[in-house]
Write a protein that binds this ligand. Structure first.
Ligand SMILES: [Zn+2]
Length: 490
């Protein structure tokens, strides 16, 4: 691990003020947004499906933004891996030095906004642009990585591309994953043309020459990905992402009103698929309770004549929420959500014979997360007994907590103080690609920019001031990392 000495800010002689141009950033965001609108997004906003051609188009647009002449004398090299993830490299003065990696993503949820994922790109591009204007060359290489499949909509799991890179998701498992239409990644990626092939054909078309045959991805190369080699190429990693919640958790604490938060750790989600099996039947012909003798009977002694899985699932949702609220009463340290519940057969005259529920729990404390799940499970088993249904649990995802690098957190806070920008440390309750790279051993930081409307909505928004403040922070961090982390020439 390189040592990152804490130097007094005033003694630093690397630049402290950086050129930032709001119109340029909003122009870049708008350009990327136009591509997102090409796809079907009924209900407004963007929809760039993970692992789609559209996602590749956005990356091509990103390349255009980065390679535009306006960026000055900088040379950016673009490459892609076998998954089609794009890497943009700005060479430093010591080409053998490891890279400082900045992360972004091009995909969005359906009816998503223009900032989730793209903010990271727009600010990374602004860093390149500012370096060009300042004619300042970093010592380290700067690597802007655009990972695929960050959103969980398509495959049921998020940050998939970066997970494959670090071997958190095994290549074979990845290739078997299916998108919403049930197409496997083998089929989907196997049909994708490589970037080199795409470029060659585009070039031939422009020159009026006969088009060469397209070359598709060689998926066998997925098995050659070697994280140990890739990790060696990175000295630090950072991501600027919008805060996904509507308010910054520390907004109201002392009225500080911070434009961004500094993440201390990312609480990974655990997810369970819960199957409730009852008995389907006609909604008119199936009585509510077993017949009983006598005039009246207390409600608690009534025996249901149904095995209604939807009714059981509704009761389960209410009790899970109650348990979760009790856990939250003292400190808000976890999140519990039923993300969807699907009754089957689902007809208007049918009692639901089966319901599939998706339960998600996030907490930085793995032990507490386990305790919360155990309580919910016990309560659900009790309800299952009452409603004469069966309930089974299958864990579909488990994400541990990933800590940001303590030295980089301290450096962010001291930078913010230097710039006189109020900020706070915060827990990040969303998983981001940076967590994967950090979990695999690269020191990293995460800046969460305030997004007052919340994210995953068409009207995601970041103010000009907050964007400028986040840029200044990012730029300062890169300058410091470049300054403090050794190169091969030190
Ligand atoms: Zn995102």
């Amino acid at each position: 691990m390189p040592t990152l000495p804490k130097l007094p800010r005033t003694k630093r002689d690397s630049p402290k003020e950086f050129p930032f141009d709001w119109t340029w950033v909003s122009g870049a965001l708008q350009l990327l947004g136009e591509i997102g609108k090409l796809s079907d997004a009924e209900g407004g906003g963007l929809h760039v499906r993970s692992w789609s051609t559209n996602e590749l188009w956005v990356m091509n647009r990103m390349a255009k933004v980065l390679m535009a002449k306006k960026l000055g004398p900088t040379v950016i090299k673009r490459s892609e891996d076998v998954l089609g993830q794009s890497y943009f490299l700005l060479e430093g003065t010591d080409p053998k030095a490891k890279a400082i990696e900045l992360i972004c993503h091009a995909d969005t949820v359906k009816n998503g906004g223009n900032y989730d994922g793209r903010l990271g790109f727009a600010l990374a591009a602004s860093v390149v642009r500012a370096l060009g204007i300042m004619k300042h060359r970093l010592r380290h290489n700067l690597l802007i990585s655009c990972y695929r499949g960050e959103e969980a909509d398509e495959l049921g799991v998020g940050t998939v591309g970066s997970s494959v890179i670090i071997d958190r998701i095994k290549p074979a498992q990845f290739l078997d994953m299916k998108n919403r239409e049930g197409t496997t990644m083998t089929d989907l990626l196997g049909r994708e043309e490589t970037l080199a092939s795409y470029r060659a054909r585009k070039h031939a078309k422009r020159e009026g020459k006969p088009l060469p045959e397209p070359i598709f991805r060689d998926l066998n190369k997925i098995f050659d990905l070697d994280w140990e080699v890739l990790a060696q190429q990175r000295c630090a990693v950072g991501e600027v992402h919008i805060e996904q919640g509507r308010s910054m958790p520390m907004d109201t604490a002392d009225g500080a009103n911070p434009p961004f938060g500094v993440a201390t750790c990312l609480a990974g989600p655990d997810r369970w698929t819960v199957i409730i099996n009852g008995q389907s039947g006609h909604s008119g012909a199936t009585p509510m309770v077993e017949p009983f003798k006598g005039e009246s009977i207390p409600v608690r002694d009534l025996v249901s004549a149904r095995q209604d899985a939807l009714l059981a699932s509704a009761k389960m949702q209410v009790i899970a929420n109650n348990i979760s609220r009790i856990f939250s009463a003292k400190k808000s340290l976890h999140r519990l959500t039923i993300t969807d519940a699907e009754p089957r057969p689902g007809g208007r005259t049918q009692i639901a014979g089966m319901v599939e529920i998706h339960l998600e729990i996030r907490d930085i404390d793995t032990e507490r997360k386990g305790r919360l799940f155990d309580q919910v499970k016990r309560a659900w088993q009790k309800i299952a007994k009452e409603e004469k249904v069966e309930v089974t649990f299958r864990r579909s995802a488990s994400g541990g907590t990933v800590d940001c690098d303590e030295r980089l957190i301290a450096n962010s806070l001291s930078l913010a103080q230097y710039y006189d920008v109020p900020t706070r440390k915060m827990t990040c309750f969303a998983r981001h690609d940076v967590a994967n790279i950090m979990a695999a051993g690269v020191p990293g930081f995460l800046i969460l920019t305030r997004c007052p409307n919340g994210s995953h909505l068409p009207n995601e928004n970041v103010s000009e001031f907050d964007l400028a403040a986040s840029f200044q922070m990012l730029m300062g961090m890169i300058m410091d990392i470049d300054w403090f982390f050794p190169t091969t020439q030190d």
